[in-house]
Design a protein around this ligand. Structure first.
Ligand code: G3P
Ligand code: MG
Length: 268
């Protein structure tokens, strides 16, 4: 019985649900490989790609005028030279900010990355992308909808010609995934969870998700088996310890999101 308060119950003998197609590599560089270079920038992705990474996780949100761009926080002060809510500014203003100087002088002047720019970089280099939908409270639906439409516009032709794979859309916010599904149901989705809140697995299934992305500390052999049996792929964040990465690989994990871009060398 899938009890709402027992999301990892593994004692049910049911027929496994077939998994959806899963074309992604095992390793994803977290925040666009944003450890040796400023997170969520093209400079970081280039650094990661130079070390052999070919799949990236990044955080995407909308400007006031609806342009998708990369930024983790709701506010600008931690990773740019401006302050205040990102959602208050249009892309013309955001695109002039320095998103690199905070990390080190060699990155001073690095701009915020637009999803357009990231798409060009990934498509030309055959990199896979996991787009985490970030949204200030209340902006989830607009974000899910607009990012999904932009992903379809930017990647659609290459995917249709079998030159590329869709980015995976992930989010902690079910509303954002639901809105993305409404406008572009063909895009693969993943529910992100930091805790096993009641019904989270059920919600992921109802959203038609291909995967769940879970905080790595939540993952047990039983939970991985349970999710696989339900036809969901299982990804873990943020896996920076080689021992833990090995354990999860032995348990059949489908994806590892890591900051340690100079420690791990993805083999696939
Ligand atoms: O996608 C997994 C991970 O990126 C979620 O955490 O805070 O780094 O976006 P955060
Ligand atoms: Mg993220």
């Amino acid at each position: 019985m899938n009890l709402p308060d027992d999301p990892i119950s593994d004692d049910e003998d049911t027929t496994p649900t077939p998994a959806r197609p899963w074309p992604y590599p095992l390793w994803f560089a977290h925040r666009g490989a944003g450890r040796l270079a400023p997170e969520n920038t093209l400079a970081a992705m280039r650094a990661g790609a130079g070390l052999g990474w070919r799949a990236f996780e990044c955080d995407v949100r909308l400007s006031a005028d609806g342009v998708p761009f990369l930024l983790h926080d709701d506010t600008l002060e931690r990773t740019t030279d401006a302050a205040g809510a990102a959602l208050d500014l249009g892309w013309a203003e955001l695109s002039r900010l320095d998103a690199g100087g905070w990390h080190g002088r060699i990155f001073a002047g690095e701009p915020l990355a637009s999803l357009d720019g990231v798409a060009a970089f990934c498509l030309r280099n055959s990199h896979a992308l996991n787009i985490e939908l970030k949204a200030a409270a209340g902006d989830e639906e607009r974000t899910g909808r607009q990012v999904a439409l932009e992903v379809r516009r930017l990647w659609g032709e290459a995917v249709h010609d079998e030159q590329a794979i869709w980015p995976l859309l992930s989010s902690f916010r079910p509303q954002a995934l639901a809105a993305a599904r409404e406008v572009a149901p063909e895009l693969p989705r993943a529910l992100l969870v930091e805790t096993l809140w009641p019904d989270c697995i059920d919600i992921a299934e109802r959203l038609g998700c291909s995967a769940m992305v879970l905080a790595q500390s939540l993952l047990t052999p039983e939970l991985i088996r349970r999710l696989h049996r339900d036809g969901l792929r299982v990804l873990a964040y943020t896996v920076n310890d080689p021992g833990r990465a090995g354990e999860l690989i032995d348990l059949g994990i489908d994806g590892l999101i890591s900051d340690e871009v100079d420690r791990f060398v993805p083999a696939d």
